[in-house]
Design a protein around this ligand. Structure first.
Ligand code: ADP
Ligand code: MG
Length: 700
């Protein structure tokens, strides 16, 4: 139909994409820009001026009036400061200008972003620098330029800088390996990511009645509803019209912004949904995921709902994660985690597979740290989320192949010669038979790995920085060992065998929730770092600092600063939760219960006035029970008030984080148990907040 735009017409229309650049830039400028992208050198200022001008003209045609350097500080969300394009003229008029310098570098007044002391050591200001590998886009009439954010001394103050450095590290080491296999045609290697984003939608009016959701993003109290997800009737069920309308707006906005939103469905819990994009280069996928979260929250509001991105908005109900599908792909279009067709391809596949196995085993601690947050602590190890123990799922088929290689067995009893390099003709792995084991933290799913421990609200930058660096390190060890070997095949075979033998402890295909697994994992020497304060100290272990320094991903100073920030963030988050709990208990919950008790006591008097022998056991028993529990809650409130003062006197942020874990969280949990019990005892009329049932089934 004329007038109706199809998706292909408007996809990416708000992006200053490669196609737009090609169309709008002089040929030599475009070529120079491409060269800069490939070499990673700084852009020449004359070229930058021309690009900036073209970008501005394009943006103004699309209605933009401002530009911003869009960056990802360590708060975990994106930051932007808008500047308009206007420049004043002597005659009182204005013109719209945007220079190359403004495009390449910015100086946001960023003194209130977390820096872990980095800026104090160097310079007060932060600097933003354009990441030309991620395209500029227009959002709400503002031209957004993706940038990295660092201190004057070049220390990373954001999530993008270390990620880009880790991509460079894995590029360098993978190329060394590919040369050994004769792939001289590959000029660059990039990791790819497809993050599956889970979220909840609740009605705005219901949301607004819950202080805990407003202040902390999760419910701090709430008894289980009579109906939860046990019927499995929500998962992949028909999408409600209101949710459908929301998803349509999200898709349209994302498509305009060039985000490859692909799959949408209901998730296991009531009110839970998922959006998965088509995978792309890791730094772009990271930017796109930040945009996705922002667009989802905005569209939800427009549809009278609130999008909850917290990892565990409802205790006892499935949490929200962000499955991070990850692979490595070459400039010639090959996926290095795709099992091959020929023996040589399979040898190469096995080598990359072994690199990931060893990396996950050697750096379990860093992977655990990369997804650690106060919110995710509630999610891990319950209701379909993987446990805190990092392990890998390979599936029976692949595991048996590795076992055969380790023990020099011949799998198919033919082509013995090939065994020398451990290259049986691998069966193709039908994707669907690989993994449906949702409790595995790190699963091979046919031609990629799915890192499932990530929480729904966090940026995917951190986990991918860790993963890229850990795999880069192992590849560099492999390259050191294999380069210059006369008998390459023999050396390769030995290496693969040795890695399988030494690192098979990380492979686990069973149920991650079994108590037996916790015991078994301990026997295997695997780490079980249950909470954020348990795992963070591992960041400072020598082996981890050396890893990041060697690959120039983080300097020691940066690691220490990031360590501070992670601990501080944990404490701040918990502090808000404690204060919210105290407020809810004192101002709403205890007064509500008292009113309920009062009404019951009045009923006793009324009944007695009718007859002194009338049965008042219901009222009396309830008055007694509610009074006892509310006294306990009152005591917990006083304890929390005392403890939240005490924690302020602890100077070191890691010690404060431990204090929260060991001294404060247990009181919060005990208080919650009491309040939830009272919720089941009080009349609905006297309960001050919408129940779990009302929240989870609020969108109809
Ligand atoms: P599910 O895990 O729900 O079965 P899929 O396996 O189809 O879904 O894909 C999940 C995500 O993995 C999608 O975002 C998809 O784009 C992404 N993905 C597929 N191949 C790769 C790859 N080579 N690298 C990174 N992500 C990938
Ligand atoms: Mg998946």
């Amino acid at each position: 139909m004329i007038g109706i735009k199809t998706v292909t017409d408007y996809f990416g229309c708000d992006v200053f994409s490669e196609a737009v650049m090609k169309e709008r830039l002089p040929e030599d400028v475009y070529a120079e820009f491409q060269r800069t992208l490939q070499t990673g050198h700084r852009l020449n200022i004359d070229v930058a001026n021309i690009i900036a001008n073209a970008m501005k003209d394009w943006a103004i045609e699309k209605g933009a009036t401002h530009y911003t350097h869009w960056f990802q500080p360590l708060t975990g969300i994106t930051a932007e400061k808008h500047d308009s394009f206007i420049t004043s003229k002597r005659d009182g008029r204005v013109i719209m200008e945007f220079s190359g310098k403004e495009l390449i570098q910015g100086e946001p007044d960023a003194s209130s972003f977390p820096s872990g002391g980095l800026r104090a050591t160097f310079e007060a200001r932060g600097y933003t620098a354009w990441d030309p590998t991620s395209f500029a886009f227009i959002k709400n009439s503002v031209l957004c330029i993706p940038t990295a954010f660092c201190s004057y001394g070049g220390e990373a103050l954001d999530k993008k800088t270390p990620l880009l450095r880790s991509m460079e590290a894995i590029n360098k080491q993978t190329l060394r390996i590919l040369r050994l296999f004769g792939h001289d045609d590959v000029v660059a290697v990039k990791t790819t990511v497809g993050p599956e984003q889970e979220y909840f939608l609740v009605d705005k009016d219901v949301f607004n009645k819950r202080k805990d959701l407003i202040y902390t993003g999760r419910t701090l109290f709430g008894a289980m509803p009579p109906k939860g997800q046990e019927l499995d009737d929500h998962y992949f069920g028909a999408i409600k019209p209101r949710v459908q309308a929301f998803m349509k707006s999200v898709d349209e906005e994302l498509w305009r912004l060039g985000v490859l939103a692909k799959t949408e469905h209901n998730e296991a819990a009531p009110a839970q949904h998922e959006l998965a994009p088509i995978f792309t280069t890791t730094n772009i996928a990271t930017d796109h995921n930040q945009i996705t979260m922002e667009v989802m929250q905005k569209c939800a509001k427009e549809h009278g709902m609130v999008c909850l991105l917290h990892e565990k908005p409802f205790a006892g109900v499935n949490g929200s994660g962000k499955h991070n599908n990850w692979s490595i792909s070459t400039s010639t279009g090959a996926n290095l985690l795709e099992p091959g067709e020929t023996p040589a391809e399979n040898a190469q596949f096995l080598l990359f597979l072994c690199a990931v196995i060893k990396a996950v085993d050697d750096y379990q601690d860093l992977l655990r740290i990369s997804i650690a947050s106060a919110g995710n602590d509630h999610r891990l190890g319950a209701q379909e989320a993987p446990p805190a123990i990092v392990s890998m799922f390979l599936g029976e088929e692949l595991t048996s192949i590795l076992e055969a290689i380790e023990h020099d067995e011949d799998i198919d009893n033919k082509e013995k010669e090939l065994l020398k390099v451990g290259v049986h003709v691998l069966p193709r792995f039908p994707k669907d038979t690989t993994d449906r084991n949702r409790t595995s933290p790190f699963a091979f799913t046919g031609n990629k790995f799915e890192f499932r421990m990530l929480g729904s609200s966090a940026s995917v930058a951190g986990p991918n920085t860790t993963l890229n660096t850990a795999v880069a390190e192992v590849l560099s060890q492999f390259a050191d060992e294999l380069e210059g070997k006369e008998d390459f095949e023999g050396a390769l075979h030995q290496l693969i065998k040795r890695v399988i033998k030494n690192h098979k402890r990380i492979i686990f295909n069973g149920n991650g929730y079994d108590d037996a697994w916790v015991e078994e994992a301990e026997k295997r020497g695997l780490l079980n770092l249950v909470s954020t304060p348990d795992c963070l100290p591992y960041m400072l272990h020598d082996k981890n600092i050396s890893l990041y320094e060697k690959h120039k991903v983080y300097s020691e100073t940066e690691i220490k600063a990031h360590y501070e920030i992670k601990n501080e963030k944990y404490c701040k988050y918990l502090n808000i939760e404690v204060l919210t709990m105290i407020d809810m208990a004192k101002k709403d919950i205890l007064p509500c219960v008292s009113r309920n008790i009062h009404e019951l006591a009045d009923t006793v008097i009324a009944k007695r006035s009718v007859s002194s022998t009338i049965n008042v056991s219901y009222e009396e028993e309830l008055v007694e029970t509610l009074s006892r529990i509310s006294a306990k809650v009152f005591q917990d409130v006083k304890n929390l008030e005392y403890l939240s003062q005490e924690v302020k006197s602890i100077e070191e942020s890691d010690a404060a984080a431990c204090f929260y874990k060991h001294n404060i969280i247990p009181v919060m949990e005990s208080m919650r148990d009491s309040v939830d019990l009272m919720e089941t005892l009080c009349s609905s009329e006297h309960w001050c907040y919408p129940s779990y049932g009302e929240l989870l089934f609020s969108v109809r």
